[in-house]
Design a protein around this ligand. Structure first.
Ligand SMILES: Nc1ncnc2c1ncn2[C@@H]1O[C@H](COP(=O)(O)OP(=O)(O)OP(=O)(O)O)[C@@H](O)[C@H]1O
Ligand SMILES: [Mg+2]
Length: 269
């Protein structure tokens, strides 16, 4: 199976860039000029205190209507992302897993994923029902999900861990070019965390740009970031390499705040 991304953009040379992004919710500024560049092939981690704006950033990337962009731009392989409807963003290869996935009564996992794949992958890459089901079974098995799972109604009575696996299953079926995972690790037991991480890293490669939002260093032991960014009060207060994870665990966000107050933050990597 190839690692081919859903979109037809420039593999290897693609870039997802966030420039001076300002966002407000109900008149309250949440993001105050966020700059971030994710190239295909790179894994970035985003950490930051509760309420710093991490999920807001993820929601804006998806095109959630509650969030008003008041400045800046997001470009995906040269396309002006903010000018596009959410489904057009998905067709460009942008994927986002939700922090709190919703229940969709009556629609099975298989039906939901077939519809999503048909909408995103386009005519040429569309699979027949039987080929789709075969691939879905294969992917579910890879994520150690029971076969019966794919015939269950979407998210109805799913455990926290099952919802997270479902997100990764969706990611593996859609083969996006850019993925934002917002707290995919929260609420997972140790084994599930490893399985989910394996599901993600199995898809990393030159075609995929990945942004992992997390509170915990633990998942970053399995999904190793090339770059780490710390969001504080709606700004990237610091960016660095993977070594920053340990420093953050040891010294906490106050250290970043204090360092930020003394010297301007290093430019995002
Ligand atoms: N839809 C919304 N309506 C009102 N306020 C919102 C909305 N979404 C976000 N906010 C506010 O924006 C701020 C940032 O929230 P956000 O969810 O982006 O933080 P976060 O960094 O993801 O936090 P956490 O680590 O707790 O997940 C918070 O003060 C939050 O209450
Ligand atoms: Mg959040």
């Amino acid at each position: 199976m190839t690692n081919e991304a859903a979109n037809t953009g420039p593999a290897g040379g693609g870039i997802f860039s966030i420039e001076g992004l300002r966002v407000q919710v109900e008149g309250k500024p949440i993001l105050n000029g966020v700059d971030l560049e994710i190239r295909r092939g790179e894994t970035h981690a985003l950490m930051g205190p509760n309420g710093s704006g991490k999920s807001t950033l993820a929601n804006v990337i998806l095109g959630h209507p509650d969030y008003e962009v008041t400045g800046g731009a997001i470009r995906c392989d040269g396309h002006d992302l903010l000018a596009l409807a959410p489904e057009e963003r998905a067709r460009l290869g942008v994927f986002l897993a939700f922090q709190y996935p919703v229940a969709v009564p009556g629609v099975t996992v298989a039906r939901f994923l077939k519809t999503a794949c048909d909408a995103v992958l386009g005519e040429a890459r569309r699979l027949s029902a039987s080929a789709f089901l075969a691939r879905l079974r294969e992917e579910a098995a890879f994520l150690e999900m029971d076969e019966s799972f794919i015939h269950r109604p979407l998210n109805e009575g799913f455990s926290g861990g099952e919802k997270k696996r479902m997100e990764i299953l969706q990611m593996r079926m859609l083969r996006p070019a850019y993925v934002v995972l917002d707290e995919t690790d929260s609420g997972l037991d140790i084994d599930a965390l490893k399985t989910v991480a394996r599901g993600v890293t199995g898809r990393t490669g030159p075609d995929l740009g990945l942004l992992v939002i997390t509170h915990y260093e633990r998942i970053l032991r399995y999904i190793r970031p090339d770059h780490l960014h710390i969001l504080i009060d709606g700004r990237i207060a610091r960016s660095g390499g993977p070594e920053l994870v340990r420093e953050l665990e040891d010294r906490g966000y106050d250290w970043v705040r204090a360092a930020g107050a003394r010297a301007p933050a290093e430019a995002p990597a």
